[in-house]
Every structure is written in structure tokens, then in C-alpha cells.
Design a protein. Structure first.
Length: 107
């Protein structure tokens, strides 16, 4: 379950449920933002297959899958729009969403 925060443009994770599986999201790890796909859920965490970053707001899928469990509070936002394809491997988030994420994480 999620609810859009109209003030920031971000969609925080409110409740963990099975319907989140396959949902695009952005997680916080070491005070950095990484987009990914929710692969599984449990009572208070989500398992996310995360992308890696090559520079600010430029992400790619790593050759070795980066699959980790994140607590609900580490999910910065659920993504309502697909990412923009830049090259065959490189993608980026919507610019407004990226600015909101930068502001929320102070990066």
C-alpha cells in the first residue's frame, strides 16, 4: 500500500503487502539512492533487486544481481512511472522525482 506525498512528489511505502512484488522503487543504502524492483516481501521488509549507479541519476543493472532485504523505512519512494532509457544499459529517473529524492536524502 502506498500514498503519494503531493508536497514532495514521492510515494512512500505505507504498508507491506504481496501486491508490491514487481513494483519499481528507490531504496536508500549508505545514504545513496538506488532504484530497483521489489522481488519479495515479508512482515516488515522488502527484497529489492537494485540497480547500480554510474553517476548522479544514471543507473544500470549489474552483471551480478544485487538482491537485498530493506526495511520499510529504507524505501524512499515507489515509482509510478517507468525509468527513462538513455542507452542500451543506462537508465535514469524522472528529473522531478530525482530532485525530490536528492532533497529527501540531502545528496
Amino acid at each position: 500500500m502506498f500514498q503519494k506525498d503531493t508536497s514532495s512528489g514521492l510515494t512512500p511505502l505505507i504498508e507491506i503487502e504481496d501486491g508490491l512484488i514487481s513494483q519499481l522503487c528507490v531504496v536508500r543504502y549508505d545514504d545513496q539512492a538506488y532504484p530497483g524492483v521489489i522481488e519479495d516481501v515479508d512482515e516488515d521488509s522488502v527484497q529489492v533487486r537494485a540497480m547500480h549507479s554510474s553517476e548522479a541519476n544514471h543507473f544500470y543493472w549489474p552483471m551480478i544481481e544485487d538482491l537485498c532485504w530493506y526495511r520499510k523505512e529504507h524505501v524512499v519512494t515507489l515509482l509510478q512511472k517507468p525509468m527513462q532509457q538513455l542507452t542500451k544499459r543506462l537508465m535514469k529517473l524522472d528529473d522531478d522525482i530525482w530532485k525530490s529524492i536528492q532533497h529527501a536524502l540531502d545528496i
